[in-house]
Design a protein around this ligand. Sequence first.
Ligand code: HEM
Ligand code: HEM
Length: 220
Amino acid sequence: MDQITPNRRTAGGAGWDRVRRHTLLDRTYHWLMALCVIVLMATAFLPILGIKFEWLDIHWITGVALAALVLIHIVRALFFQDWRNMWIGWTDLRELWRDTARLLGSRSALALPGKYDAAQKLYHLGVAIVILAVVGTGLLMLLKIDTPFWRRNPYWFSADTWGVIYVIHGFAAMAIVATVIVHLYFSLMPDSWYLLRAMVRGWISGKEYAQHYDPSRWKA
Ligand code: HEM
Ligand code: HEM
């Protein structure tokens, strides 16, 4: 399913010329979603830093676009992709434990992961929670503004409830800044350039597959 060029010369995946990692649709999703998140962060935080411009229309329209993208991704992930690729199981927790022990000097053996390693899955879970929180509260906050499609109606919720909604939106937005910085740092490190290529062109080489993944956990 994930293979592009069948050329099975050696065992363990090294004989594949290329192994598909992300389809065009998934890559388009990642980059459009990233663009939306960056525009949302810029329109949220630049005015606070003193750079004033008409930020609200760009912000809410991009937020609605992000909501639509995430909805499509969830339907696709649950019904058309293998959700187990992102599922955090006992093996991942053991892997995280071993990684931490190794950082502290232990010499335990390095186990090869499935399609995503434990840290990537944890990152995905964190991002999914904060993005769903920011998008969910953001959609409710549309009730507070006038747009060409509807008039504002702030009386749907009590002042206290609005307070909670704004606090969640603000905290989730700050958490996204932190998670994106960590994600950028790891994605741009030379060690991960093959993953950056995979997110641009879709594939990794058979050699990279054999070197970085356990074929019984991610079947090419
Ligand atoms: C309940 C919510 C979600 C579920 C069930 C879900 C599920 C998944 C699964 C199963 C994959 C792995 C697909 C594969 O490579 O085989 C994946 C990948 C991914 N997810 Fe999510 N996801 C959710 C929310 C989100 C959110 C909110 C974001 C926004 C940042 C996001 C961003 C991504 C990205 C960028 C990928 C990698 C692209 C790909 O190859 O599919 N996900 N997700
Ligand atoms: C613009 C700068 C960005 C770069 C260079 C970048 C790079 C990457 C790369 C290379 C991967 C693929 C990892 C793999 O194949 O295993 C990836 C996956 C992913 N990205 Fe990004 N990304 C960026 C922005 C974002 C933003 C803004 C978000 C959401 C807030 C995001 C969320 C994700 C998620 C959830 C995954 C899947 C989990 C993972 O593979 O770690 N990315 N990104």
